[in-house]
Design a binder for this molecule. Sequence first.
Ligand SMILES: [Zn+2]
Length: 194
Amino acid sequence: MTTRHVIPATLWKAAREHLKLDQATRDHLASCAECTTLWAAIRQFPQAQTARLDHAPSAWIERAVAVARGKSVVGRLTKLVARLQFDSWASPAPVVLRSGSGRPARRLGWQADTWSLDLRIEDTPEGWSCTAQVLESGRAQSGIEIRSGAMKTLTDDAGLATWTSARPPRILHATLGAHAAQFGPLSWQPPKSS
Ligand SMILES: [Zn+2]
């Protein structure tokens, strides 16, 4: 079974523009309850992307601007502002994705210019299992450096980077071409029940 989950941005785009899902995506949905649940929630709420998540992106942008004003650790790289497109914990339809240990998995999707970053975080007995996927204009990007705390890793040919950490990630940094981008900070308050 493939662990390459469908990126939320792809599903949002399909829902908004009434596009047919491609064969690979349909095949994955057929074998993945998690992505099927996500797709059902997204199709139900095609307007939700901007309507309900406004507070999250604006808070993030303020933070990004504050960071951009400070001294950059990445020198000449241009700062790229990432906008939060999807957060399964903030979904109007509670997308509660149960994992093995009982706490819900979380899916997040950001867009920064033509780049997108999808993050899936699952609480496992070994720690917080994280999978990030980086796409540029819809194409997987390999060799993208992703940092979270002391963790540093590179994406593979499928644009995927995986790691496990003792605590859930708060902030991710990625070097996207000539740009430095920050994703987060993430709040880890439990999802609201409403
Ligand atoms: Zn999936």
